[in-house]
Design a protein around this ligand. Structure first.
Ligand code: NAP
Length: 300
């Protein structure tokens, strides 16, 4: 499988695995270790986390594996996020969920993630969501400090629009390498709001979360997902593709911005199939057939 370069020294796998649903997979420690080893063997080496996943538990569960098999760390790239404070039984003093991108919170969150993940560095740290009371200077200072201490190699954001990205970019004179946003045939927002154009202009990696719309495009649950699902079936049959998730991923991978889809599956056979999508060359016409099925109307 190809790799996606994000800097001179780092590249990521073209497809990433996300651990948001890790607790739903109900794997024992042994099963999870085998899963991770098998996923690495497939060439999927980029693992997406966040401090808050699983009510602050997912990073720890993953970290147990690295504690017992520290040798695995050098074969993978770890992405994690910070900047959301959940209302949680783990923090009884919190009354509500808030966003917190203060310098002290970012640094504290990264230190916790390093401990939980049983690693001494994070390959890519993302600010999870745009914060309406963000202090650009504080975020930049936190990033500089974490970089200087060798705790984080690369920085980026998630769910930012191009203006929000640009504002942070201007105050941090190093490169922000990624914007992780929701992109799938079910969620077309970032084709229209300038995000993907901005990524191409600045050579920033878009990562797409929920690339299969959380499974809705495989098992449709509403009129829109049914409409897209039917078109995906039609095109898959024509192209001899047996699993429509491959067609969805090929649709994302075909985009010239170099989108890295983050898949949320706990099943190795689904990831094997996903790897096959990197071999599919989608024609412009088939790309648009999916796009038009998604918008529900002909192009203007
Ligand atoms: N930055 C953000 O704000 C943000 C927000 C949400 C998520 N994320 C990241 O994005 C990752 C992926 O999100 P997601 O889990 O919603 O992604 P997804 O890949 O769109 O959905 C995964 C779901 O689809 C199901 N599925 C059904 N058929 C499948 C197939 N053929 N192949 C793969 N999966 C299939 C999976 O079930 P099975 O397990 O049975 O395969 C799973 O329940 C998360 O883990 C997280 O890392 C980031």
């Amino acid at each position: 499988m190809d790799r996606r370069k994000i800097s001179k020294k780092t590249d990521l796998s073209r497809i990433s695995l996300g651990f948001w649903r890790l607790l739903d997979w109900h794997m024992s420690e042994k099963e999870l270790q085998h899963y991770i080893e098998n996923v690495l063997e497939l060439g999927i080496t980029t693992f997406d986390h966040a401090d808050i996943y699983g009510n602050y538990e997912c990073e720890k569960v993953f970290g147990h594996i690295l504690k017992h098999k520290p040798g695995l760390r050098t074969s993978m790239e770890i992405v994690t996020k910070c900047g959301i404070q959940l209302k949680s039984d783990k923090f009884p003093d919190r009354k509500i969920k808030i966003y917190n991108t203060s310098k002290s919170h970012i640094i504290e969150s990264v230190n916790n993630s390093l401990k939980n993940l049983a690693t001494d560095y994070i390959d890519l740290l993302l600010i999870h969501r745009p914060d309406p009371v963000i202090s650009l200077d504080e975020v930049s200072e936190a990033f500089y400090q974490l970089e200087k201490e060798g705790k984080v190699i690369h920085f980026g954001v998630s769910n930012f629009n191009p203006l929000q990205f640009d504002a942070l970019y201007a105050s941090f004179d190093k490169k922000l390498v990624a914007n992780q946003v929701e992109i799938s045939p079910y969620q077309l927002e970032h084709f229209d709001n300038g995000n993907l154009d901005y990524c191409m202009k600045e050579d920033i990696m878009p990562m797409s979360w929920s690339p299969l719309a959380g499974g809705k495009l495989i098992q449709p649950i509403d009129e829109k997902s049914r409409r897209i699902h039917l078109k995906l079936h039609e095109i898959s049959n024509e192209l001899g593709i047996s699993d429509i998730s491959q067609l969805i991923l090929a649709w994302l991978l075909t985009h010239p911005s170099g989108i890295v889809p983050i898949i949320g599956t706990g099943k190795l056979e689904h990831l094997k199939s996903a790897v096959g999508s990197t071999e599919i060359k989608l024609s412009r016409e088939d790309w648009f057939r999916i796009y038009i099925a998604a918008t529900g109307k002909e192009l203007p």
